[in-house]
Design a protein around this ligand. Structure first.
Ligand code: AP5
Length: 210
């Protein structure tokens, strides 16, 4: 299965893609994670991407398209993949259509108030790459999986979140119509708890209840 997870920042794309990856045994390809990894490694691409990410703007299409094209050519993508956070512009979708087939686009729908609540409470682990929320953490500072110190993403600060929502509406939301017109789109509600919204994801993908 070759899928795209679409949705506003904080919709739960990463959270649900990680679970679907386990169930299908196919890689989750998160352009956000790849870019943050390049920033940590201080590569030229990372240094260029950092100023866009910190401001809540999109990294230029040509940079991201090249990165995804290379990643999808790797052996572990031959049986399928979950694209998490790509494409994000119509230009990216058009480029993707040339080099990779897509079977399904899952659009995760969440209201703005919920997004702001989720992103302001999100904490991530630089050790194991896990994503958590303050509301479900017993200790706000320590990763429950690997005990590393949790951090807040710089682009989860309130002013940047508002800009990311604006950028989403202007540049990414048009992809909903783009993929609907191609008969590939399924929309699910991402409201409610993680378990409730994952049930919606599971049903949309035709996966049996655990
Ligand atoms: P990226 O990392 O992709 O950020 P994003 O799309 O804004 O997505 P998020 O990671 O914020 O949200 P998510 O939907 O994955 O939610 P999550 O599961 O973490 O991109 C970052 C930046 O990189 C971009 O701004 C851009 O600059 C650049 N970039 C990346 N891709 C690009 C591209 N293709 N082109 C150009 N630039 C690109 O969940 C969020 C929180 O909510 C977590 O704390 C989680 O525990 C919690 N949560 C999730 N679901 C639920 C639920 N149902 N109930 C309660 N809590 C929940």
């Amino acid at each position: 299965m070759r899928m795209i997870f679409l949705g506003p920042p904080g919709a739960g794309k990463g959270t649900h893609a990680a679970r679907v990856m386990q169930l299908y045994g196919i890689p989750q390809i998160s352009t956000g994670d790849m870019l943050r990894q390049a920033i940590r490694a201080q590569t030229p691409l990372g240094l260029e991407a950092k100023r866009y990410i910190d401001a809540g703007e999109l990294v230029p299409d040509e940079v991201v398209i090249g990165m995804v094209r290379e990643r999808l050519a790797q052996q572990d993508c031959q049986l399928g993949y979950i694209l998490d956070g790509f494409p994000r512009t119509v230009a990216q979708a058009e480029a993707l259509a040339v080099f990779a087939p897509i079977d399904l686009v899952l659009n995760i729908d969440v209201l703005d108030e919920q997004i702001i609540r989720r992103l302001s409470g999100r904490r991530v682990c630089p050790g194991c790459n896990g994503t958590f929320h303050l509301a479900t953490l017993a200790d706000a500072h320590t990763c429950p999986t690997c005990s590393a110190q949790l951090v807040q993403r710089k682009d989860d600060e309130p002013a940047t979140v508002l800009n990311r929502l604006r950028v989403y509406r202007e540049q990414t939301q048009p992809l909903i119509d783009y993929y609907r017109a191609r008969g590939l789109l399924k929309t699910v509600s991402g409201e409610g708890s993680i378990e409730e919204s994952f049930d919606n994801v599971r049903r949309a993908l035709g996966l049996a209840q655990a």
